[in-house]
Design a protein around this ligand. Structure first.
Ligand SMILES: C[S@@+](CC[C@H](N)C(=O)[O-])C[C@H]1O[C@@H](n2cnc3c(N)ncnc32)[C@H](O)[C@@H]1O
Length: 247
């Protein structure tokens, strides 16, 4: 049986294909800490932690970090980096549809569109697991792309940018019936060799997210336009949901 896309694209090619659109993770960590005001030493779960771009800087600041990811390759990159930097992170290779640790975390992070990969029922399961894994009053920060800059528009996108490794073509198509965004990145290296990867992510409206988060035992505090808590507008590039687990 063919493996689903999310089990195959997060490999050695990922940094070349998606690195160019990543933000500066050190700054992002500063932003979200300034915004959330997390008590020192808090327990943080980074779900879909990838190569530890945020998990490592958080651990360096003294937080007790658990990085969860399904990809062995990404986790290998993450743990080598943590070793190089001499910080301790607990790395767990697990599917976010399964990972659950009752009441263990003060903060759950899902960063850089690491949510919405599955069916609606499975995406709900991911939120249920997060809700169960948070302590009372624990916080979820869910960082998603503001698809089409304003969900009502859902404009397709196609652009080519020059990156250090060659030229990168990025296209996003919206399947308006399924409300899914299909993104494809193709890198053409100077020697003509091409590599490419495609995402397929469910785009949720604020109302849908609010309801799913409620079902998972949490309550949305607000939606923001950045990790530093700027107000959300139709023009925001990100849609950052902050929710709290009920007491
Ligand atoms: C878009 S990347 C973001 C990684 C990281 N948060 C960052 O900002 O660099 C999404 C991550 O989710 C992981 N992932 C995909 N499907 C998963 C699953 N079913 N369970 C756990 N992690 C998964 C991928 O391996 C990948 O590392």
């Amino acid at each position: 049986m063919e493996r689903p896309w999310f089990e195959t694209i997060f490999d050695e090619r990922y940094p070349e294909l998606f690195g160019p659109v990543e933000g500066n993770a050190e700054e992002e960590v500063e932003d979200l800490l300034g915004f959330l005001r997390l008590p020192p030493g808090s327990a943080v779960e980074d779900l879909g932690c990838g190569r530890g771009r945020h998990a490592v800087p958080l651990a360096r600041r003294g937080f007790k970090v658990t990085g969860v990811d399904i990809s062995e390759t990404m986790l290998r990159m993450a743990s080598s980096r943590a070793e190089r930097e001499g910080v301790r992170v607990e790395w767990v290779q697990e599917d976010m549809r399964k990972f659950r640790r009752l009441g263990a975390f003060d903060l759950a992070l899902s960063l850089f569109t690491s949510f919405g990969y599955f069916s609606d029922a499975e995406n709900q399961k991911v939120l249920d697991n997060i809700g169960d894994s948070l302590r009372k009053d624990g916080v979820l920060l869910l960082d998603l792309r503001n698809a089409g800059k304003g969900l009502s528009r859902l404009e397709d996108m196609d652009k080519i940018v020059k990156v250090p490794a060659g030229s990168l073509r990025m296209s996003v198509r919206f399947d308006r019936r399924a409300m899914r965004a299909k993104a494809e990145h193709t890198l053409t290296r100077p020697d003509g060799i091409r590599i490419s990867s495609a995402f397929d992510v469910r785009v949720y409206s604020m109302e849908e997210l609010q309801e799913m988060i409620r079902k998972a035992g949490m309550k949305v505090r607000d939606f923001y336009g950045s990790l530093s808590g700027k107000p959300f507008t139709d023009e925001s590039t990100r849609m950052v949901t902050v929710a709290e687990r009920g007491s």
